[in-house]
Design a protein around this ligand. Sequence first.
Ligand SMILES: Cc1cc2nc3c(=O)[nH]c(=O)nc-3n(C[C@H](O)[C@H](O)[C@H](O)COP(=O)(O)OP(=O)(O)OC[C@H]3O[C@@H](n4cnc5c(N)ncnc54)[C@H](O)[C@@H]3O)c2cc1C
Length: 381
Amino acid sequence: MNQSNFSVAIIGAGIGGLALAVLLKEQGLEVQVYEQAEAFARVGAGIQMAPNAMKVLRALGLESELKTLGFCSPRALSRVWDSAALSSELPLGAAVEKQYGAPYLFLHRADLHTAIASRVPSGVIQMRHKLQAMELLSKGVALSFANGRRVVADCVVGADGVHSWVREWMLGAQPAQFTGKVAYRTTFPASLLPADQVPKERTKWWGPDRHVVVYPVTAKRDEIYFVTSQPEEAHWLTAESWSAKGDIEALKKSFVGFHPDLQAILHAAPQVHKWALFERAPLSQWSRGAVTLLGDACHPMPPYMAQGAACALEDAMVLSRCLQNASVQTLEANLMRYEATRKPRTTQIQTQSSRNTWLKGETDPTWVYAYDALSTPLVSR
Ligand SMILES: Cc1cc2nc3c(=O)[nH]c(=O)nc-3n(C[C@H](O)[C@H](O)[C@H](O)COP(=O)(O)OP(=O)(O)OC[C@H]3O[C@@H](n4cnc5c(N)ncnc54)[C@H](O)[C@@H]3O)c2cc1C
């Protein structure tokens, strides 16, 4: 239990912000999460939780629930786009759990988000609170929201995603870079596929300039997910929207020539959404005074290692450890410690993700999966 009672305002109720809220509440801190959305939506998307992420989810008390919800793929396969030849094969399932001390799960993103949200005590999440102004006071930080509300907190964490308002306040307007790639993604009932074509393993189909990742998102394999990455101009991109309804026919056209097993999956999907993929070079700083950043707000990356949310969870765990026994007087130093501990790792993962070569050929994933945010040494600057 944290002896000092300072207040923390978390901006953004995504995976990172909510995980941090659970951990800080457990330490006895006064925490509020401010989220701009009116409600959480169930968007058709899957998410991979590698062992490094699962260790944090275990600390949130969610491991057994997620194991009953999610799919545990025996292997991660990479296949050549047209011939289906295997270019790499990584054992997952029991082997990965034995090696890294935690499972590798494939989940519906909404199931994961709902599970984390269920661990946040009631009254902590404030929906319809879009942060639009912030001011450092001699004591605390003043926050103003679009709904007219104004609050003061001792510490602020910007967990507000790739287009982070808090990052812009801290470092100035520098939009994240559009990679020139768009991800089409959807989930759909496995019953729309012939039984023998329902995927049994996570498979990435590698084309020359595009790819598709396919996996079930439920333990029963009754819901299938795919996500693509393909070059596309994003005329529909605006400051407010970086996702849109996708054109299923355009999607099918862009994968003509891919192996029939993959085409069958793309053709079974009734609809798709599309996301513009962004990245950003590592930031010069994550913190200013008692304000810091977490997750995509400070290290957005293309999803090619399936590690963005995992990094947000690791951030949450390390930040909560750095805030243990902190006080208002030491907050700034504690936040520096968090940044110094996390930045080398997230920079390495951002750099590797950008290359889009992860698991394409034989790869040793130990440096990613073996990381334990609960015990990694905290660096002092
Ligand atoms: C196609 C795709 C596939 C991916 N697959 C994986 C995967 O398999 N595994 C993995 O680990 N990662 C994956 N990722 C990455 C992962 O989705 C992100 O890294 C993760 O969601 C980041 O979490 P976050 O909490 O930092 O931000 P977000 O989830 O973006 O949450 C930010 C929240 O802040 C809110 N917000 C924003 N601005 C304000 C404001 N001004 N005031 C109040 N609230 C605000 C938003 O509404 C949102 O709820 C994938 C990403 C993409 C695009």
